[in-house]
Design a protein around this ligand. Structure first.
Ligand code: PEP
Ligand code: MN
Length: 339
């Protein structure tokens, strides 16, 4: 941390700041110029709030230099993290992984057909929510445990892996034997108790960016999972709230290369929630892979016009098929292949 004192700061102000820095565990190096004193704090105390220093008497400004997330930071594993799944599918390696399926599990017929169509198109994971975080309590809330069992059954029939959303701690135990990857939704990105508990499992987790979360906040949420010892963690950009109203969210493509610079964790993209409009999903999916995404999470429904949730953003099966064919052409440009 660097603390720049005001030109008018007194020796007492300077000593008070030094004392507080030392208390926190910093090794303080003082430089006094003609007018101004600069204090450089070397070391990495576990917790400190740079704001606390910005408001101390005599301080002009204070800057944090080290990142507040230690385990999620790129330095922790410069070579990058790969997450390996049961059947040898790897996220974060050379191959781009596609996860596809409906927003929600609605019936045995719907999820079975979805799995068959997703597998035929080239997806490796079947997605589908059994527990749905709906903005309205009157909207379809999901099939719960029955939905989880159906996901497992049809994924096994079609050779797919299962990714599905976990909303609360009490669901973890019953989900572990039935799923391959937990999805933490945008609305739960800062459900710290849930994240902490998922850190104690050894089931991979895909953590979505909250709709108003900064990238630093995403990485601090990741830190909760990692600090429990679960390193099988994937981040996912899914669009953020901006002033634009044409699309459901604003798909922040720049988040992908930025996160890859800041963290060793794989970074995926969900263009379905990112734009909310079916025909805009393929161009944004291509853009995400061009920008370096390790995979895509997308909604596809056998009959989107009748979907119980997110029909407008769900691809028609033939759109998914065409998109994956296009991704196969594009991926080599950025040194990747599509699994
Ligand atoms: C979903 O994947 O269906 C979902 C609810 O996503 P998000 O958490 O990104 O809104
Ligand atoms: Mn959805």
């Amino acid at each position: 941390m660097i603390v720049a004192m005001q030109d008018e700061a007194t020796e007492q102000h300077i000593q008070d700041v030094i004392e507080r820095m030392v208390e926190l565990g910093f090794n303080v190096h003082r430089t006094t110029g003609t007018n101004q004193t600069i204090l450089a704090g070397v070391g990495t105390p576990a917790h400190f709030d740079v704001l606390e220093f910005k408001v101390l008497p005599g301080v002009h400004d204070a800057y944090r230099i080290s990142s507040p997330y230690k385990l999620a930071g790129r330095n922790f594993r410069p070579e990058g993290t790969t997450v390996t799944f049961a059947n040898g599918v790897v996220v974060g390696g050379a191959e781009v992984i596609v996860m596809a399926g409906p927003c929600s599990v609605e019936s045995a017929e719907q999820i079975r057909l979805s799995a068959q169509l997703a597998a035929a198109a080239g997806a490796k994971f079947l997605r589908g929510g059994a527990y749905k975080p709906r903005s309205s309590p009157y909207s379809f809330q999901g099939m719960g445990l029955d939905g989880l069992k159906l996901l497992r059954e049809v994924a096994d029939e079609t050779g797919l892996l299962v990714i599905t959303e976990v909303m609360e701690i009490s669901q973890i135990e019953l989900m572990v034997p039935l799923i391959d990857c937990f999805q933490v939704g945008a609305r739960n990105m800062q459900n710290f108790n849930l994240l902490r508990e998922l850190g104690h499992t050894r089931t991979p987790v895909l953590l979505k960016r909250g709709m108003a979360a900064t990238l630093e906040e995403v990485l601090l949420s990741a830190e909760y999972v990692l600090s429990g010892g679960n390193y099988d963690l994937i981040l996912c950009e899914r669009g953020i709230r901006t002033f634009e109203t044409y699309t459901r969210n604003t798909m922040d493509i720049s988040a992908i290369p930025v996160l890859q610079k800041l963290t060793h964790l794989p970074v995926m993209a969900d263009p379905s929630h990112g734009v909310g409009i079916r025909d805009l999903v393929p161009p944004l999916a291509l853009a995400a892979v061009a920008a370096g995404a390790d995979g895509l999470l997308m909604e596809m429904h056998p009959n989107p016009d009748k979907a119980m949730s997110d029909g407008a953003q769900s691809l028609y099966p033939e759109q998914l098929q065409k998109l994956i064919a296009q991704l196969r052409l594009l991926a080599p440009v950025v040194g990747r292949t599509v699994a």
